[in-house]
Write a protein that binds this ligand. Structure first.
Ligand SMILES: *Cc1c(COP(=O)(O)O)cnc(C)c1O
Length: 465
């Protein structure tokens, strides 16, 4: 065995082979040397374990292709594309919303070149980065003014810091929510310097509870849209319109954190009613904040719309400078918002909307197509079947809404479903699916037809013995 070690080729011989290989051009030389070293360490380990046992196994013609595959897989970027076969449309761990094509193109165009990010081209003078989206936001929501920051958590923080620092904000106990990723209303309130004044009970809050809590220290009435859970049974929440009337009587602004805000009316697709941003403003909220990358289907952002006098005040807050969005976000957001000018077009072109509203019939057809492709690609490696199941909207939106779908199920002929699930995560193009009743299930809702062949390929690699 020890004599075999002497037959391991030197690192430089690999480097020499790879020098003329264009497919390795993107791998920096220093990294290449390290990776060849790592690969040869693996070979030594294989010799120790008696997996490599002859001089022929160590021939360059055998080792070079193996080393190349190793380098290509290890030199991939850490942040990369994955295939989402979970059926969870707004999957926070997988990047929430997928951008519309025009939004992705806008990012590329706006960032590979200089732009008018902060120049008013009409005057040649310094302009505002927010001007690119503020008008669109007003047009779409009916608001007087708007502002965009890094995410909705930042938006809430900024509103509270600007309008309620050192003063009291009245919130119903039933709305003191925690969102995944440790965003909690009471904690954000504390950070902003505003003082939380909880009213009501967890399940029931009445207008009189707010009324009695108002005093000379009150700065604002706040409503949090509890989008990620629902209290059912003996439950009462004060309607926004009533809160607004109370706020007006006491000259207090009413702010609603809508969380997963959207402009699109899903109820015509059979969804339970969810207020749109337009409706919330129409009901009299002075300020509304919501995420850009949840139901809206755009980039990560926190959008604040509402009355001009408040928005102007918020814009001047120093904290706003720290929470401001970058040009990539602006480019993607403007392109996304433009699609909403025509709601029909938005439904077809904003992937989040298209996936959520995909009909069961369409999904069944997609599933059949995926099943055919998988049967052809995988042959005897697995049993493929379809069955009905459910997808989820995700992102804390429509928590109780089951979206009917058709799942494509894969059961490997060899090895366990769990091993397959793991193996798919570790491939060059990771695939995330879900395991149900010992089947590996793929939901076509969150896969595009263009991705089906790739799905077949990565499954094939993962299933090979
Ligand atoms: C998601 C959510 C947030 C946080 O929004 P991000 O854009 O993730 O920062 C805040 N409030 C509510 C009600 C939410 O649903």
């Amino acid at each position: 065995m020890s004599s075999l070690f002497r037959h391991i080729p030197a690192v430089d011989r690999f480097l020499h082979e790879f020098e003329s290989d264009a497919s390795l051009d993107d791998v920096p030389r220093s990294m290449m040397r390290d990776l060849v070293g790592e690969f040869l360490d693996l070979c030594r380990e294989e010799i120790r374990q008696d997996l490599l046992h002859s001089v022929q196994d160590l021939d360059l013609t055998i080792l070079v292709p193996r080393a190349k595959a190793y380098i290509l897989s290890r030199s991939q970027t850490h942040f990369r594309r994955v295939l989402n076969a979970t059926g969870v449309v707004i999957h926070t761990n997988l990047g929430r919303s997928v951008l519309a094509k025009s939004a992705a193109q806008a990012v590329l165009a706006g960032c590979a070149h200089y732009s008018n990010l902060e120049m008013d081209l009409a005057t040649g003078q310094r302009g505002s980065r927010y001007s690119h989206v503020e008008e669109l936001l007003c047009r779409l929501t009916g608001a007087e003014a708007g502002l965009v920051v890094n995410n909705n958590a930042a938006a809430v923080l900024l509103v509270l810091d600007t309008l309620a620092k050192g003063r009291e904000v009245i919130v119903s106990r039933g709305q003191l929510v925690e969102i995944g990723g440790s965003f909690r209303i009471p904690e954000v309130m504390k950070k902003s310097g505003a003082i939380l004044r909880e009213v009501g009970a967890t399940n029931r809050t009445h207008l009189v509870d707010y009324q009695e809590a108002i005093n000379e220290h009150t700065a604002m009435l706040m409503k949090v849209h509890t989008s990620n859970y629902r209290i059912i049974g003996f439950h009462k929440e004060v309607a926004l319109a009533d809160l607004v009337a109370l706020g007006q009587a006491h000259n207090l602004p009413v702010f609603e954190d809508l969380g997963s805000g959207n402009f699109f009316d899903f109820s015509s697709f059979g969804f339970m009613p969810e207020p749109t941003v337009q409706q919330v403003l129409k009901n009299g909220a002075d300020l509304v904040s919501f995420s850009g990358d949840k139901l809206l289907g755009g980039p990560q952002a926190g959008i604040i719309v509402g009355q001009k006098k408040y928005i102007e005040h918020i814009k001047k807050n120093q904290l706003n400078r720290a929470l401001r969005i970058d040009k990539m976000t602006l480019a993607a957001l403007e392109a996304t918002l433009r699609l909403y000018l025509d709601p029909k077009k938005a439904r077809d072109t904003v992937p989040t909307l298209a996936m959520i509203t995909a009909s069961p019939e369409k999904l069944q057809k997609k599933a059949q197509k995926l099943r055919r492709i998988l049967s052809n690609t995988l042959g005897e490696l697995a049993c493929i079947s379809t069955r009905s199941g459910f997808s989820r909207v995700g992102g804390g939106s429509f928590p109780e809404q089951d979206l009917p779908t058709t799942l494509v199920c894969v059961v490997p002929k060899q090895g366990s479903v769990e091993d397959l699930r793991q193996g798919l995560l570790h491939g060059d193009l990771p695939l995330v699916g879900r395991v149900e009743d010992d089947h590996f299930c793929l939901d076509p809702r969150t896969l595009t037809q263009d991705e089906f062949k790739l799905v077949g390929k990565v499954l094939h690699v993962a299933l090979l013995p």
